[in-house]
Design a protein around this ligand. Structure first.
Ligand SMILES: Nc1nc2c(c(=O)[nH]1)N[C@H]1C(S)=C(S)[C@@H](COP(=O)(O)O)O[C@H]1N2
Ligand SMILES: [Mo]
Length: 565
């Protein structure tokens, strides 16, 4: 028991930062559960171990983890081989790995990619065989397929979003700018060698080539504009509110860009299931298998999730091969992916190779242990997966893409704002409202400045928001969907350990400089005449603003400051 203060905190260079909560990762935890308070300090270094004996007993990665099928680079089948899964888990738990940087509690790295994902890379390297070069291959594809301005939040598994200025630049997101959320590598699959297996609780299990699925005499083609939203969108606000308390598994610190809209072409899964003779009892759910390898708590598997049959039956689950007029990019699931209309992105499985009809929601980790919405009291030390609601439809949400938080804006009584609004489950944004006073008064975005409404798509919007006042203001945005659902007004109300569903009204602080006011207009003219730059806001410049004569004149024509009696 460590009673003595290992006083580390005296005379440290960073004492002030630690005391002010700006370096929470260095803080000892106070254990007050006994009579005396005990300080639990972070260890100086991570515990490093490698059990060579256990590792060599498993055999070589090359033999164990091999390519399952010719023409499917980076695909390893796990779900069919429980023994192989157990061996891989043993391999990973017999050694230590670098931990990912604590970007929530520690400072966020000022780099792009923001986080490297060293732990994920090391797991793949340790597994070896077919997975040895997956991280490298993934990064190459990012560079081939994605816009050079993407914000790479996590390099591997790749997670990236477009910068704010590009998120809503078009109501259909160009492919290179569509956000990407991966849990592992990017399998590189030859479409002629690919097929899809449909099995489980169906009358007649079958396999389909891409050609079969594209045969319009068998399956009517569907073309739809669909917004895909990751349930982690805007997570950065939850991280900022309570750093370090949320799910510390390396998660992309998403901002407002983990949402995108594309025109997809494919078919309804319902028709394919019918082609297999329909479901047999007691099928109620449909499970999707993605070809990459995902490591969760050192457990190794494929990416597997499920949706209820009712969703499939409503023709709201599509099998997609085309995105914005092009074959699906590799990074978005080539050759075939699922797109579940109005559900969180997580259910829209990429690199789909298997569909299985089952009785209950999938027990795979992504479905049963992730994408859960916990009560606020549930956290790291007390949670159980059954405490969380499995997230399917996203609630109504919106975001301001311009101006940016902490930005100064010069205007003439109106601040030009831009953003998006979206609602899950087939509901759509019916009204978007903005407030320039923290949410006391609300102005409606004129309908002619919103993009077209549709059941499965977001609406981008623009508005000149009336603002007379100057100085720091708070701009807030909220949306009402067609069911008149709206957003909670603060982040705290929506905070949850998984850092999902940040659907609270979006708030930004802006410094308002209203040139419509005489004093301000004249002052800015003076700056211009003298050639003094305005930015940044913190710039210190001495510009005389009143002459001594003007000052005297004021007091000659006004009451004095104090009274006589
Ligand atoms: N096979 C597979 N499918 C997947 C994922 C994944 O990691 N692997 N990520 C899911 C998540 S969480 C989201 S938000 C969407 C993102 O789709 P996109 O990368 O095409 O934008 O894909 C989903 N489908
Ligand atoms: Mo996601």
């Amino acid at each position: 028991m460590e009673l003595k203060e290992e006083i580390d905190t005296a005379n440290r260079q960073d004492e002030w930062m630690i005391e002010q909560g700006m370096a929470g990762h260095k803080l000892p935890i106070l254990d007050q559960s006994g009579r005396d308070t005990i300080h639990l300090y972070p260890p100086k270094a991570d515990r490093i171990f490698k059990d060579e004996e256990a590792i060599s007993s498993i055999g070589e990665g090359k033999k164990l983890i091999k390519r399952e099928r010719p023409g499917w680079k980076g695909y390893v089948e796990w779900e069919d081989y429980p023994e192989k899964k157990a061996k891989a888990q043993k391999l990973l738990s017999s050694q230590s790995f670098p931990s990912s940087p604590d970007f929530m509690f520690g400072p966020i790295p000022q780099t792009n990619p923001v986080i490297a994902g060293d732990d994920f890379v090391a797991w793949h390297e340790a597994l070896g065989g077919e997975l040895a070069t997956v991280a490298e291959d993934s990064w190459k594809i990012v560079q081939q397929e994605k816009h050079p301005d993407m914000l790479h939040l996590l390099k591997f598994p790749y997670n990236g979003e477009p910068p704010k200025r590009l998120v809503t630049s078009k109501s259909i997101t160009p492919n290179p700018l569509h956000f990407v959320r991966n849990h592992g590598g990017i399998p590189i699959i030859d479409k002629d060698k690919w097929d899809l297996s449909l099995d489980g609780l169906v009358q007649t299990p079958k396999r389909y080539s891409l050609e079969d699925l594209m045969d319009e005499t068998r399956f009517p083609r569907i073309e739809k504009n669909v917004t895909m939203q990751c349930s982690g969108t805007r997570r950065i606000e939850q991280i900022g509110l309570y750093a370090g308390q949320g799910d510390e598994v390396p998660q992309a610190p998403w901002a407002e860009g983990a949402i995108g809209t594309a025109q997809y072409v494919g078919i309804s899964l319902k028709k394919v299931i019918k082609d297999c003779g329909g479901l047999v009892k007691p099928a109620k759910h449909v499970e999707f298998y993605g070809a990459e390898t995902y490591v969760k708590d050192l457990e190794v598997g494929n990416y597997v999730v499920s949706v209820p049959w009712s969703k499939v039956k409503a023709n709201e689950v599509l099998l997609i091969w085309e995105m914005n007029g092009e074959p699906l990019p590799k990074i978005h699931g080539y050759p075939l992916r699922v797109v579940v209309l109005g559900y969180i992105g997580a259910r829209s499985v990429k690199w789909l190779y298997r569909i299985k009809a089952i009785e209950n929601p999938s027990r795979a980790p992504v479905q049963s242990r992730e994408y859960l919405y916990f009560n606020q009291q549930v956290g790291k030390y007390n949670l159980r997966p059954t405490d969380g609601i499995q997230i399917q439809e996203m609630p109504v949400s919106s975001a301001i893409m311009s101006p940016w938080n902490n930005q100064a804006v010069i205007h003439i009584g109106k601040i030009r704002c831009k953003g998006w609004a979206y609602s899950g489950g087939g509901r759509w944004p019916e009204r978007v409202e903005l407030s320039a006073d923290g949410g006391f008064t609300w102005y409606e975005v004129p309908s002619d400045r919103m993009s077209k409404k549709g059941r499965w798509v977001w609406r981008t919007w623009e508005m000149d928001l009336p603002c007379e006042v100057e100085g720091w203001i708070e701009i807030v945005c909220r949306c009402w969907d067609n069911s008149l659902n709206t957003q909670p007004l603060n982040i705290r109300a929506a905070w949850n350990w998984g850092l999902h569903v940040t659907s609270s009204a979006h708030r930004i602080k802006v410094y308002s400089i209203n040139k419509g006011r005489e004093v301000t207009r004249k002052r800015l003219e003076k700056y211009e005449q003298k050639g003094v730059p305005l930015a940044p806001l913190t710039r210190y410049e001495i510009i005389p603003v009143q002459t001594p004569a003007e000052y005297e004149h004021f007091w000659e024509t006004h009451d004095p400051r104090d009274v006589d009696d």
